[in-house]
Design a protein around this ligand. Sequence first.
Ligand SMILES: C[S@@+](CC[C@H](N)C(=O)[O-])C[C@H]1O[C@@H](n2cnc3c(N)ncnc32)[C@H](O)[C@@H]1O
Length: 227
Amino acid sequence: MNHPLNQQNIQAWDHLYAETGNPVWGSHAIHFLHEWEPALRSLGLEGKPILEAGVGEGRNLGFMLTLGGNPVHGCDASPSAISKIPAPYRENVHLHCCDLSKIPLPDQSFAFIGMFDVFETLPHAREVMHELHRICAPSAHILLNIPDFSDSISSVGMEPQPDGGFLFAGKFYYRFYEEEEAVSLLESAGFRIVESRVHSWEEEPHENFRHETHHHTSRVFLIRKAT
Ligand SMILES: C[S@@+](CC[C@H](N)C(=O)[O-])C[C@H]1O[C@@H](n2cnc3c(N)ncnc32)[C@H](O)[C@@H]1O
């Protein structure tokens, strides 16, 4: 069952990307990725299929491509975001425009999935984690971040929704998870927590989205398919 806000949310993100030719999130990989590089390298991903879920305009693909995975896939529900992914990445990444709860790829496809700044934007996060579990190979890993209410975005113009989530700027869905709730959701989707760390970083303004330089705080989880 899809969440009533999912389609509206997907459209809001797509319009945001279509409004400007510039990359909304900038062109550098999300701040914490480099700190996880040693842990990801130790997974031995060379020559194994990997995916970035919710790839957006591809700011993290340069990093994903350095992990040695092959082939590298990316997916997002926004056609406008996908069309903005820079040419050098497009040539080396298989791109799919789809909802994350219905990814058009076979069971047990991937050894590793990265999902960055996406979980908290999903009205149907539980469904999505079950779908990622389906496409994970046995013992595959996922790296993802999940913010709680200490992330500064949680206190800017959020309208509460009946399901416990919020709408930012009246149209972008957000939901914040305390550690215990996040762990319980990930475990109930069939994953085991390998490691988690809290990261804080500063970001430049995002065109048509956040006008000020701002801080983010997020718990980053490395999880492994357990069942
Ligand atoms: C805050 S952006 C982050 C994009 C990218 N991961 C990055 O770090 O630049 C959230 C992304 O999630 C995507 N998204 C939101 N809901 C989705 C859904 N149901 N299925 C697929 N993608 C979705 C949006 O289109 C958007 O690109």
